[in-house]
Design a protein around this ligand. Structure first.
Ligand code: 13P
Ligand code: SF4
Length: 306
């Protein structure tokens, strides 16, 4: 343990933040100590909405690369810092703009819905973006489209297709962290805690989703946990969310379905790296203008619909 715990470091971050006119945006999967210094913590949709609205000159994005890219797409005049440049998303890396272009050639009339967990170049090739919080609404808004391609998450795509009764061409991407959440563990935990409700993220496999009482984005999970009829909750998503759930709901019990569901990329961001990034104003994430403008059209369509 550091002398004075993290207090000294937090003080330094606060001073640098004021000096730089910065805001610290934090995803719900970040380390607890990073969540605790957030100006705003939330899911991907809320974080992109916050980035679009802020007056700050600098955004310190405590999340993964595609999230910082989305902030840069929306705020080209701001400096967007990602405190560890290696914090990527393996699911986002399961698709490239070239591969999507080839797919589109085989389906010239299809509309492309792109989960925000994707590179900016892929967003630039898409008609509209979505997050786990609004995918159903986005697909419902595409009534006139004859064909739909959903990229890159096959499980969010499958869940959305089921909920909207639409056929969709699904890209075979997935989240390796959510793939660790298994149906058999829900069955075991339901037996051990019969009073508990079960909530899971839509990146989970279909057989996991089928066993849940509620399916929601990370902030949707936090809202569900605040309900009076929820006292014990079995949670199927990345472990980092447990910190926020326990902090916001003292007295309630939260049981992760899998303690193996840890996204190593999310955990790369630390208090030290946040301080260094504010001192050095690096690493900066900036999307080239040609790609940014096309990607922004897809992100803007999503934000208008949300
Ligand atoms: P949310 O948009 O629900 O926060 O999810 C982002 C993510 O990366 C889930 O793995
Ligand atoms: Fe990507 Fe999965 Fe990590 Fe979310 S939890 S950032 S989808 S690897």
């Amino acid at each position: 343990m550091r002398k004075n715990g993290n207090a000294e470091l937090i003080e330094k971050i606060s001073k640098q933040k004021n000096k730089r006119n910065a805001i610290i945006l934090v995803h719900n999967y970040q380390l607890g100590e990073v969540q605790d210094i957030a100006d705003f913590a939330g899911d991907s949709l809320e974080l992109s909405q916050k980035a679009a609205q802020t007056d700050a000159e600098v955004i310190v994005f405590c999340g993964v690369h595609f999230m910082a890219e989305t902030a840069s797409i929306l705020c080209p005049d701001k400096t967007v810092l990602l405190p560890d440049v290696h914090a990527g998303c393996p699911m986002a890396d399961m698709i490239t703009a070239d591969a999507l272009r080839k797919k589109k050639m085989g389906h010239p009339n299809a509309k492309v819905i792109c989960y925000v967990n994707s590179p900016a170049e892929v967003k630039a090739e898409s008609d509209i973006c979505c997050t786990s919080a609004n995918s159903i609404k986005i697909v419902e808004g595409l009534k006139d489209a004859k064909e739909l391609i959903f990229v890159p998450d096959q499980y969010l795509g499958y869940y959305t297709a089921t909920k909207t009764a639409r056929d969709m061409i699904l890209w075979p991407g997935y989240c390796p962290t959510h793939a660790r959440i298994q149906a058999q563990d829900i069955i075991r935990l339901r037996n051990e805690c019969p009073q508990a409700k079960v909530v899971v993220h839509p990146e989970c496999r279909p057989e996991v989703i089928d066993l849940a009482d509620e399916v929601a984005s990370t902030s949707g999970i936090c809202r569900y946990a605040r309900r009076d009829d929820v006292q014990e909750l079995i949670v199927g998503t990345e472990m980092g969310i447990i910190h926020r759930l326990r902090k916001e709901n003292p007295g309630k019990r939260f049981i992760p379905i899998s303690e193996q569901a840890i996204c190593p990329n999310m955990k790369l961001i630390t208090l030290e790296k946040i301080m260094w990034s504010l001192e050095e104003m690096a690493p900066e994430v900036k999307v080239p203008e040609g790609i940014r403008l096309r990607a922004k059209a897809a992100v803007d369509r999503m934000l208008e619909t949300s």
